[in-house]
Design a protein around this ligand. Structure first.
Ligand SMILES: [Cu+2]
Length: 124
């Protein structure tokens, strides 16, 4: 193999590694911060996806997820926590708090109204 071929192979392997990491890799877990009043709070920015998209909270303590929708894409105009029976409209370029108290531990998916954008709420 000459140098050009080796470079192509390395580039190809790195691309495959990136794709595997992107789709199957461990997502970054972000814990909510607890305010003085005991509310677990976290800001989630929405721009083509949820950021952070894996949120860790504690069970039986109130949670306030502040969704900031940084786009007008109709995809993200709603956020749904099916397991907790919550659906909220999110106006563009505004922060919308979603408040509830998780009464069960586990991993719960939250999505946009079309089930395209996805995030995970981990209750511990
Ligand atoms: Cu959508």
């Amino acid at each position: 193999m000459d140098t050009a071929e080796i470079i192509v192979v390395i580039a190809g392997v790195s691309l495959i590694a990136f794709v595997l990491w992107y789709f199957f890799g461990e997502r970054e877990r972000t814990s909510a911060t607890v305010s003085e009043s005991g509310v677990q709070e976290i800001k989630v920015t929405i721009k083509g996806g949820y950021s952070p998209d894996v949120i860790v909270v504690r069970k039986d303590r109130p949670v306030r997820l502040n969704f900031y929708r940084d786009e007008t894409s109709s995809c993200s105009e709603q956020v749904i926590f099916g397991d907790f029976g919550i659906a909220r409209d999110l106006p563009a370029y505004k922060t919308t708090p979603v408040e509830f108290t998780p009464d069960r531990a586990g991993e719960f998916t939250f999505t946009c109204g079309m089930n395209m954008l996805r995030g995970k709420l981990i209750v511990e």
